[in-house]
Design a protein around this ligand. Structure first.
Ligand code: SAM
Length: 271
């Protein structure tokens, strides 16, 4: 397929996203590495206002882990390192994993700026245990990352790899956007990406049962996109149970029994 750049505005980092002639046809799990190009990764920290995000999340993940006595944590979707840094600062032993080398480099730099050395592992979730040594008390896969898997076999495989990388009583904490709301009722502009900075607009440009294409507009006029799989809440929790997790508890925007949330956080227990 002939590919043409989708990004129309200037991109000082010189790395454009490529979605080809028909962007909504791009529904490929391997595409995530091309989506997080250098220009986008550089701006990701603009998209994610760390202070605002830290404030909105509060101690939620730290409390979840501490209450259960978890210490060794795998941050499976490190991105630019937000959760790895928060968890390290809170005293957890953290391994920071991502399939994108660009993201890991940025995360490492972000850690160093804060006086921390991140222990990074470059690995795709689908082959996670090939690249990891040891087992973890907990795996966190946050920031709506699991949505990047477009094929059901990749989602099953990833959850099975997460399951295998956990100790016998380990937990998986995985979040996702509330796609049921978007698929069934349309996107409401009052609902904002909970970790978005004020300056960045994130909204779906196209949605069907197997694609949510989001557009991110930055203050400098640049525009980036992400093509994601719209995970229905019940589908995700069923899949978790099917690969072997014994229970899944779901929070909506950090609260129990809140189906009207923007984001769901699933806590899956191995035993
Ligand atoms: N967790 C971070 C946060 O909340 O700021 C980053 C989230 S970012 C939306 C998603 C991350 O998942 C990206 O860094 C991407 O490289 C990673 N990712 C997507 N698919 C992956 C895969 N199959 N294997 C490993 N990493 C993957």
């Amino acid at each position: 397929m002939k590919e043409t750049p989708v990004l129309k505005s200037s991109d000082p980092a010189g790395a454009n996203q490529h979605y080809g002639d028909n962007p909504i046809e791009v529904r490929d799990t391997d595409h995530y590495k091309q989506e997080y190009v250098r220009g986008f990764v550089e701006k990701w920290d603009e998209l994610i206002d760390w202070d605002a995000r830290a404030q909105s999340e509060g101690q939620f993940f730290i409390d979840l882990l501490r209450e259960r006595g978890k210490r060794q944590v795998l941050d499976a979707a490190t991105g630019t390192g937000f959760h790895s840094v928060q968890l390290l600062k809170a005293g957890f032993q953290v391994t920071s994993c991502d399939g994108s080398a660009e993201m890991l480099a940025k995360a490492f730099e972000n850690g160093r700026k804060r006086g921390l050395i991140l222990n990074t592992v470059h690995a795709d979730w689908r082959w996670l245990n090939r690249d990891l040594a040891g087992k973890y008390d907990a795996i966190v896969c946050l920031g709506n990352s699991f949505t990047h898997l477009h094929e059901e076999r990749d989602r099953r495989r990833t959850l099975a790899e997460f399951y295998a990388a956990l100790k016998h009583d380990g937990i998986l904490i995985l979040d996702q956007r509330n796609y049921d709301q978007i698929l069934d009722r349309g996107f409401s502009s009052k609902h904002k990406y909970y970790y978005c900075g004020d300056q960045v607009t994130a909204a779906p440009e196209y949605v069907d049962e197997s694609l949510a294409r989001f557009r991110y507009d930055f203050p400098d006029g640049s525009t980036y996109h992400l093509n994601m799989f719209p995970l229905r809440k019940a589908y995700t929790t069923n899949l978790m149970m099917e690969v072997g997790f014994t229970s899944v508890k779901t929070y909506g925007d950090f609260q129990e029994n809140n189906d009207d949330a923007d984001f769901f956080i699933h806590v899956a227990e191995k035993s």
